[in-house]
Design a protein around this ligand. Structure first.
Ligand code: DC
Length: 222
């Protein structure tokens, strides 16, 4: 199953919940771009250096375990969740060589097992043949509000104001949607779902309804 959409639309929460209900593996592809961006920041590699960035993306040993991600053997689950890394991940996401390396790793995982994979290009590029594709959206104000709540919920000093976050998210969405290679876009056969006014269980239920209708050849028994 492929879930794509902009940041703050609820992809991670929904994909994690659905994977657990369906007994599938949850794959957060944004975390993979973040891990490479973190490595580049630590190594002082400029995110505009396409050649070096591609080398890092190919060399990165990324392991995904439920709720955790490791980079070259180090658990970086918390380290990749800073605004600096968010920005870096979006910047390196425009580099075709980086995307090639990430897509290859993602396909390898998805071919081995049943997954709920979320990102920006899963239904369009990584798994165009996915059985269920959802484009999850929400209005920009709601997406910023959710992200801000998430950052505040960590109980640590908040490194950013809500206004700054809104600016950063707008820039990131613009970059992710307008890049040449695999921009964020809805696959023609994806179901569009606006989660602005929906609760988490409501979004899950709406997607499970799509899953059920697919496995019952389009007849809806729910
Ligand atoms: O989902 P996220 O916010 O953790 O993703 C961080 C950045 O990584 C996002 O702004 C763009 C990039 N990304 C991508 O280009 N393609 C993906 N499939 C997932 C993320």
């Amino acid at each position: 199953m492929a879930i794509d959409g902009p940041s703050g639309a609820g992809k991670s929460t929904i994909a994690r919940g659905l994977a657990s209900r369906l007994g599938f593996i949850y794959i957060d592809t944004g975390a993979m771009y973040r891990a490479v961006a973190l490595w580049a920041l630590r190594q002082g590699v400029d995110s505009a250096d396409m050649h070096r960035m591609e080398q890092l993306a190919v060399a990165a040993e990324i392991e995904l375990a439920p709720g955790r991600i490791s980079l070259n053997g180090e658990d970086v689950t918390e380290a990749i969740r800073t605004p600096e890394v968010s920005n870096g991940a979006s910047k390196i996401g425009v580099i075709p060589g980086v995307r090639r390396a990430m897509v290859a790793k993602q396909r390898e995982i998805g071919e081995r097992t049943s997954v709920v994979m979320e990102g920006r290009d899963i239904g369009t590029v990584v798994f165009p043949q996915a059985e269920v594709k959802v484009f999850l959206d929400a209005n920009p104000e709601e997406r910023v509000r959710r992200r801000y709540q998430e950052i505040r919920g960590k109980g640590e000093p908040v490194p950013i104001t809500e206004g700054q976050l809104a600016v950063e998210m707008r820039e990131r969405d613009e970059r992710d949607s307008n890049r040449r290679d695999a921009p964020l876009s809805q696959a023609p056969d994806a179901v569009y779902l606006d989660s602005t006014a929906l609760s988490i269980p409501e979004v899950e239920e709406a997607i499970l309804k799509i899953v059920r209708s697919r496995v019952t050849n389009g007849r809806d028994f729910s």
